[in-house]
Design a protein around this ligand. Structure first.
Ligand code: KG4
Ligand code: ZN
Length: 333
């Protein structure tokens, strides 16, 4: 039996979750709205908001799970990667709690947790499985041999897929974070209306910086001829940008599946909430006879339940961290 309290604070969401024997009992997320007017996350404001949120968020997660701190066997937290100030709030809180309760501490890697979010639901992929993790800061193809043996086999050389969505949205005048807005407008648009350059990168790596430039130059040219071009074509622009990003992602993911021969495929990370990507991914798997897995919507974007499930596997291997463990902004794993 293990009851784990997990905390996630790597970016601009403060979240806490309670997991018992691999089952998520609660997953509470406080989104920070303070960044909206700046068009991106302001690190200092994010850490201040985490400090305000963390006690009430943990409190709600415990109450929703119907447990008290005395029922908790271990405290888990996001160790890396992320905004250092944000990570320090979560790690400091988790360490203090572990010390006060005299319970083991479990440090979890945020990107590994995104992959393991696929093990939350009852319908689970079998090891070894592949995962395409697409978030605001990362784009990776990972082989999961076991919960404790994850290997990156392809990743972006520059921007992440989420950044490509957010930066394109900014160019189209949409508010931050733009990914969900592009998704919404794309549903009414024609994905074939505009063509944008796709990168030619060898192997299983990705690149999105060329796409960003291609969109920028295209918009600048069109706006010179018609200053209302964006407003008049917004849904088609969103659909075309989304189509291009999804195409880049799925072409590489298909290549990885064919190369490895692995037939259980997952997606994870904030961009896996994208309706076009979910549909395209499921169709690709169906056509090739692969099984597709997508975490429930609330486990795609940043959440503490994925930290809790990753910690559950670490707990079963007694993979605990000393209180001296330090949070890190970088992504070594
Ligand atoms: O995993 P996540 O919540 O945070 C990071 O670890 O980065 O991912 C956030 C990213 C943002 O870039 C956001 O625009 C994108 O996920 N995102 C989406 C959608 N929902 C979130 N992108 C496209 N379509 C969506 N529906
Ligand atoms: Zn994330």
């Amino acid at each position: 039996m293990s009851t784990i309290l997990a905390i996630e604070s790597s970016c601009d969401d403060t979240s806490a979750s309670v997991c018992r024997d691999g089952k998520i009992l609660s997953n509470y997320i406080a989104n920070q709205t303070v960044h909206e007017k700046y068009g991106g996350v302001i690190p200092e404001l994010a850490s201040r908001a985490h400090m305000q949120n963390i006690v009430p968020v943990v409190d709600v997660a415990l109450r929703e799970a119907d447990v008290t701190l005395h029922d908790i066997d271990a405290i888990a937290f996001t160790e890396a990667p992320g905004l250092i100030g944000s990570l320090l709030v979560g790690s400091g809180f988790a360490k203090s709690l572990a010390l006060a309760l005299n319970k083991p501490l479990i440090a979890v890697h945020h990107m590994q947790a995104h992959v393991l979010a696929n093990l939350i639901s009852e319908q689970q992929p079998a090891f070894p499985f592949l995962c395409l993790t697409v978030s605001g800061g990362h784009t990776q193809i990972v082989i999961a041999n076991r919960a404790s043996d994850l290997k990156v086999i392809g990743e972006t050389l520059d921007d992440a897929a989420g950044e490509a969505f957010d930066k394109s949205a900014k160019m189209l005048g949409l508010p931050y974070p733009g990914g969900p807005m592009i998704d919404k407008y794309a549903q009414e648009g024609d994905p074939m209306k505009f063509k944008f350059a796709e990168p030619q990168i060898a192997g299983l790596d990705f690149s999105f910086s060329g796409l960003k430039t291609s969109i920028l130059y295209f918009l600048q040219k069109q706006m010179k001829e018609n200053e209302h071009f964006i407003q008049e074509n917004l849904v088609d622009l969103c659909a075309s940008v989304q189509y291009t990003i999804i195409n880049i992602l799925l072409k590489k993911y298909k290549k990885a599946a064919l190369q490895t021969g692995i037939k259980d495929l997952c997606i994870a990370g904030g961009v896996s909430a994208n309706s076009g990507l979910r549909k395209g991914f499921e169709e690709m798997c169906k056509q090739n006879g692969w099984r597709s897995f997508i975490p429930a919507f609330e486990y795609c974007t940043d959440n503490a339940a994925m930290i809790a499930i990753a910690a559950y596997y670490k707990y079963s291997e007694r993979d605990f961290s000393p209180l001296s463990v330090t949070a890190s902004a970088r992504a070594n794993w």
